[in-house]
Unconditional design. Structure first.
Length: 290
């Protein structure tokens, strides 16, 4: 999907560009200072009034933030977190850092923080439906912004339909774009121009509402990928940044969830924060999640 022009006041753009330019200039200057700390966390305390937990280094007066000491699901998760955390400190280019424990995001240029925001992250819950299971974690590690969209639509994964079916005590069945699916009274669910409808022997063809799940006789029918019934508008807010593997940074109509462990793995942001990322973070930017 092509990005549409973003109408932002000239004063706001000027202010943001000035912030970015100043931060990048400071970063270039910092590269020449051998004794300057490389730890971006010195710029980003979760509570600025309380300061940052730190330790004295052996070689002088430089104070560095200690690496996070949190519990993890397994050794692999721990290694991915530590690796991402350490890699973020070495990256002098513009990059994004996300702390799952603090549920916070920073945009960093060199050692300077140019933007920070609260985020909603994965719940860590596991859904079991039939022979399938999904765990809704935000994956730790290093990712890359692959593309950006404005006014994105959401393609619900299979877990969405499994979750809905389990909640309402329904069975699951899958529809096909090319083959009709028979239901009761001689009716069939078929697709015309990418939209699902019911073909009845008595009344002919009638389209089904795009904004509703397809349920007949205790069965939830999963629309095929590529159909209009598998596209949900508005659930991702106004903007999204795609990191691949179904892991997105995006807006949300559920603003009260920001700062909570509330998602199925994506990172949700407030409207103004995802707008900032969409406007100023280019494709190819690294994201360090720990």
């Amino acid at each position: 999907m092509d990005a549409v022009p973003l109408e932002v006041g000239a004063r706001k753009i000027g202010k943001l560009l000035s912030t970015m330019t100043a931060a990048l200039a400071l970063s270039q200057s910092a590269l020449a200072q051998d004794k300057m700390s490389s730890d971006w966390l010195q710029m980003t305390p979760s509570n600025p009034k309380a300061g940052i937990a730190s330790r004295e280094t052996r070689n002088g007066n430089v104070r560095q933030a200690s690496a996070p000491a949190w519990s993890f699901a397994n050794r692999r998760d721990s290694l991915a977190s530590t690796s991402a955390y350490e890699a973020s400190k070495r990256d002098r280019n513009l990059h994004i850092v996300v702390s799952l424990e603090e549920r916070r995001l920073w945009v960093v240029a060199g050692i300077d923080t140019v933007m920070q925001a609260p985020v909603a992250v994965g719940t860590g819950a596991t859904l079991v439906f039939g022979e399938n299971a999904w765990t809704f974690d935000t994956p730790r590690g290093v990712r890359t912004v692959r593309n950006k969209d404005s006014d994105p639509h959401w393609i619900p994964p299979d877990w969405h339909y499994a979750e809905t079916a389990k909640e309402h005590g329904l069975k699951l069945a899958y529809l096909s774009l090319s083959k009709p699916t028979r239901i009761s009274a001689g009716r069939k669910i078929i697709f015309r121009n990418g939209e699902a409808g019911v073909l009845s022997p008595d009344s002919g063809f009638a389209l089904l509402p795009l904004e509703e799940e397809i349920v007949f006789e205790g069965t939830l029918y999963v629309p095929p990928t590529g159909s209009k019934n598998r596209q949900v508008q508005g659930e991702l807010g106004k903007y999204k940044l795609d990191t691949g593997g179904g892991v997105l940074l995006h807006g949300t109509p559920h603003q009260s969830s920001i700062g909570q462990a509330a998602t199925h793995g994506c990172m949700r942001l407030r409207d103004e924060d995802i707008e900032w990322l969409y406007e100023f973070v280019p494709v190819g930017t690294k994201i360090y999640i720990y």
